[in-house]
Ligand binder design. Structure first.
Ligand code: SF4
Ligand code: SF4
Length: 304
């Protein structure tokens, strides 16, 4: 019998922030003992938001709704989508990690590769920790990226995709919009990693402060920029978008480089996330200013 009190959104944000501030797992495992992460943005999306069904159309039918992932992994009777909330967070890359990757031309800096491995281990620990804390408070919860049936799926349109996308969850929770390179541009930029947990919990969702899923990218709003095209060593980004297969092959090649150059088992790239106008902020001035005023940005012009 669970007598615990329901959690509020402020308590959930505190659990996330405290874990980042206090967990010994928050480390890059380098000699200096630097933390992997020093800040977080948190957003909430309703389990019944129609955007989850839209993802089935745009990403693929295999992309779970919050209700599907919770019920597949924690079957419960009579739980509706209206009773669910998705808690999503953005871990912005620290300044020195971004700076290090700005200087690279082919493979990741050591700092970036360490974040890809150890920073992501911390992100996984954060997902588990939040699930445990929610469950203790009486909220059944799952971290979709950690459930055994999370999988990568071949997709006709996207070459491959997965049953849950942290970037799409963050977009649903009002945390950012997509750029030409497929990355999510948030208020703290595109150099980040994301995480999420689905819980039986009702809190007010965050409004999405945009009406177009590309509102923060200069290429789509002003027909300018395209800096991520030049930064990509694998020529995986063009004006037509992001070639996931070329990107994947480059990431696979980076394993040898990381092992021989930095002497640990890792990989990464992220060159398109550093040394670009969207690295650490929303580069579209009108959208950045609209967000500060709590207004919607002007819609991008129609594609030529
Ligand atoms: S670098 Fe420019 S074109 Fe590429 S995602 Fe960022 S804003 Fe868009
Ligand atoms: S698209 Fe892939 S290969 Fe190209 S810069 Fe970005 S992460 Fe690297």
């Amino acid at each position: 019998m669970n007598q615990a009190s329901p959690m509020t959104r402020d308590q959930i944000v505190s659990v996330i922030r405290d874990f980042i501030g206090e967990s010994p797992l928050n480390t890059m495992n380098n000699k200096a003992g630097d933390p992997a992460w020093d800040d977080v943005l948190v957003g909430f999306a309703a389990g019944s938001d129609p955007i989850w069904q839209q993802y089935k159309e745009y990403v693929g039918a295999f992309h779970w709704t919050p209700w599907e992932v919770l019920n597949q992994n924690l079957p419960m009777e009579n739980v509706s989508a209206e009773q669910l909330t998705v808690i999503s967070w953005i871990l912005p890359q620290r300044k020195d990690v971004r700076k290090a990757n700005r200087l690279t031309r082919t493979y990741p800096s050591e700092a970036w590769a360490r974040i890809r491995v150890y920073g992501e281990e911390m992100n996984a620990a954060l997902r588990k920790h939040l699930v445990e804390r929610l469950e203790k408070a009486g909220h059944p919860a799952v971290a979709p990226m950690l459930v055994p049936n999370w999988t990568i799926v071949n997709s006709k349109e996207y070459s491959y995709a997965s049953s849950w996308s942290e970037r799409h969850a963050a977009h649903a929770a009002g945390l950012g919009t997509f750029g030409l390179c497929d990355g999510l541009i948030t208020a703290r930029g595109k150099a980040m990693r994301a995480g999420s947990v689905v819980a039986k919990l009702t809190v007010d969702p965050d409004p999405r402060p945009y009406n177009d899923h590309r509102a923060y990218c200069l290429f789509f709003t002003d027909n300018t920029c395209g800096k991520c095209i030049d930064r990509c060593p694998a020529r995986a980004i063009t004006e037509a978008g992001h070639d996931k297969e070329k990107c994947r092959q480059h990431l696979a090649r980076s394993r040898e480089y990381v092992k021989h150059t930095y002497a640990f088992e890792g990989y990464g790239c992220g060159l398109c996330q550093a040394g670009v106008p969207c690295e650490s902020m929303i580069p579209v001035k009108a959208a950045r200013e609209a967000l500060k005023r709590g207004e919607l940005p002007p819609p991008p012009p129609p594609l030529a």
